[in-house]
Design a binder for this molecule. Structure first.
Ligand code: FAD
Ligand code: DLZ
Ligand code: SF4
Length: 522
């Protein structure tokens, strides 16, 4: 092959035509390199649907670039010479194309960022790493905003971003006179309300080929593959966005925290996999939601609630990740070391709430936020599961999981393992919370009203045991004063019973069995 001018590397979560690495591309002189590599497919054992989603979307994206006259060098996983890593494939591509320079957009994960830092020296040609300006707040801007604060709070960052973008603002004032309509986002789902299912897309020939490959080469990975129906092109992802804005956004806010058996998506958008790999841009998603409000199609509390997730939370967790890595992943505030119970892989537990969430995760490579936070996350927090094991689980089971977003959500929000950098108190809840927000408890063998004793709901005794075990850390926190006041009314006998039942329960469910973790590690 002749020499090209610039080799432009596009990673599997950079599938946007507007991504910075493609911005000034020359159709005649430049080559785009895309590579399917085992290292990325196996650094955790991703859900089968996540693998199909990423590989199929990559192949479709390469096709769409070629249609625009761009030369794409695409290395498939089954290329016999595939070295299996980004660095190995880039080295081979440089030999093939002899470019004057390499251009790439900064990656989403620290792991890959480390690799990229070494590329220029390894290849002996200039490597330009560009900002990923699909995010609305750059890493440098977030660092400036955070200054030297000891604790960071979403609410202040969110206001900063609202002012910066002017979204839902009247001059310097928030639309509707309030920044946040959170209190209106906490309704359980009334009986008879059925949420619209997000559109599913029948696998085309390319997706079916990838499905065959994944069935064959990744048979031991977690998750169902046959129900695959994710969008794999930008056109399909745009249809999913339209569908959400039309059918679910007008009630998104009301039932944001609700959970319901048999309704896996409720009024959530299920757009995170598309936004995270670049099929949709966060900017256009927010703008479309805000247009729906301006046109009177969706009420303010729903649109504000939705925009807050993307403009607020999504940017906030990304900022924290890059501000604090790599140390961020190392803290373990509650000194939690129990192994992850088997039921996170099998769903085989009598706790109906956990069973529902794990089985939805298996079927869809998706669970909505409250399921992730207040069921599987809450259990791991209360039970004192080793953060690294929990984080690995979250990183592999969801189609939208990349470390920049998974880690702060798991380590910081769900496990409070960062000592409160991200959230002012742990999101710990007893069975009462799950009962209020779902219909799970109605058909559970455990009794959600019982704190201790036979058939007592494990979320209850684990909750109080968690507060007792971590009293030294949590009692001084003013936001925890209510539960400690309640705990102070328990008799010593009841406290001892709670401790004993929690220990017995955890010793049983966290014991590694021969089948334990069989999906998780290579
Ligand atoms: P919606 O409820 O429709 O929200 C709209 C959009 O807002 C989402 O598509 C997403 O882009 C954004 N968003 C909402 N909440 C968050 C949040 N807390 N952090 C970042 N973005 C947010 N999200 C991921 O994208 N990848 C992950 O790996 C991931 N891991 C998580 C792990 C745990 C323990 C928890 C508690 C949350 C995690 N989240 C993660 C955040 C959130 O649960 C998902 O973004 C959301 O469930 C995706 O579904 P949706 O598109 O239907 O979201
Ligand atoms: C998630 C993923 C997978 C499974 N496979 C690939 C791949 O083969 N090639 C690729 O370019 N990207 C893949 N990805 C996405 C990367 O893991 C992601 O780009 C990095 O984690 C950086 O965020
Ligand atoms: Fe979950 Fe407890 Fe309710 Fe059962 S009773 S579904 S274990 S919260």
């Amino acid at each position: 092959m002749g020499a090209c001018s610039t080799l432009r590397v596009i990673l599997g979560d950079q599938l946007s035509r507007s991504v910075s690495a493609l911005r000034d591309i020359s159709l005649h002189e430049d080559v785009v390199l895309m590579m399917e590599v085992m290292e990325e497919a196996t650094y955790v054992r991703h859900h089968k649907q996540k693998l199909v989603f990423v590989f199929s979307a990559m192949r479709h994206f390469a096709h769409s670039l070629r249609e625009q006259g761009i030369t794409v060098d695409y290395v498939p996983l089954d290329d016999p010479d595939n070295t299996g890593s980004f660095t190995g494939e880039l080295r081979r591509a440089v030999q093939r194309h002899r470019p004057q320079r390499v251009v790439v957009t900064e990656p989403g994960e620290w792991r890959v960022w480390q690799m990229m830092q070494a590329w220029q020296a390894e290849l002996g040609i200039p490597v330009e790493i560009r900002h990923d300006d699909r995010f609305l707040c750059s890493r440098a801007e977030f660092a400036r905003w955070s200054g030297h604060k000891d604790t960071l709070r979403l609410e202040f960052f969110y206001r900063y971003m609202r002012r910066k973008t002017g979204w839902l603002m009247n001059g310097d004032e928030p639309e509707g006179g309030r920044w946040n309509f959170d209190v209106e986002n906490r309704k359980p789902l009334p009986a008879g309300v059925v949420a619209p299912m997000p559109p599913r897309f029948p696998p085309d020939e390319t997706t079916q080929e990838v499905m065959q490959m994944v069935r064959h080469r990744f048979a031991h990975h977690f998750g169902d593959i046959d129900s695959f129906g994710w969008a794999v092109t930008r056109e399909q992802a745009l249809q999913a966005l339209d569908h959400f804005v039309q059918h679910a956004l007008p009630r998104f806010g009301d039932y944001q925290d609700a959970m319901k058996s048999g309704q896996d998506f409720l009024f959530h958008s299920a757009l995170s996999p598309y936004i995270n790999i670049g099929l949709l841009l966060p900017l256009e998603v927010c703008e479309q939601a805000i247009t729906a409000y301006r046109q009177g199609h969706a009420p303010l509390h729903c649109v504000e609630g939705f925009a807050r997730q993307i403009l607020g939370w999504r940017e906030y967790v990304r900022g924290i990740y890059w501000l604090k890595m790599p140390e961020y992943a190392q803290s373990n505030t509650f000194d939690a070391h129990r192994p992850l119970p088997d039921f996170y892989w099998t769903g085989d537990t009598d706790m109906r709430c956990v069973r529902e969430v794990v089985s939805a995760t298996w079927r869809n490579a998706y669970a909505h936020h409250i399921q992730r936070l207040m069921v599987t996350g809450n259990f791991a927090l209360l039970a004192g599961i080793e953060p690294k094991e929990v984080e690995e689980w979250y990183l592999l089971v969801y189609a939208d999981a990349y470390e920049w977003v998974e880690l702060p959500n798991t380590h910081g929000m769900a496990l409070h393992a960062d000592g409160g950098l991200m959230a002012s108190k742990p999101y710990a809840g007893s069975g009462a919370y799950i009962n209020r927000m779902s219909d799970y408890c109605r058909h559970c063998v455990y009794d959600v009203k019982r704190r201790v004793g036979e058939r007592a709901c494990p979320f209850n005794f684990l909750y109080w045991d968690f507060l007792m075990r971590n009293e030294r850390i949590l009692r001084p926190n003013a936001r925890m004063s209510m539960p400690y006041q309640l705990l102070d009314r328990f008799s010593e006998q009841e406290k001892a019973q709670i401790r004993q039942q929690a220990k017995q329960f955890l010793d049983t469910v966290c014991a590694r069995s021969s089948g334990g973790n069989r999906w998780s590690r290579t």
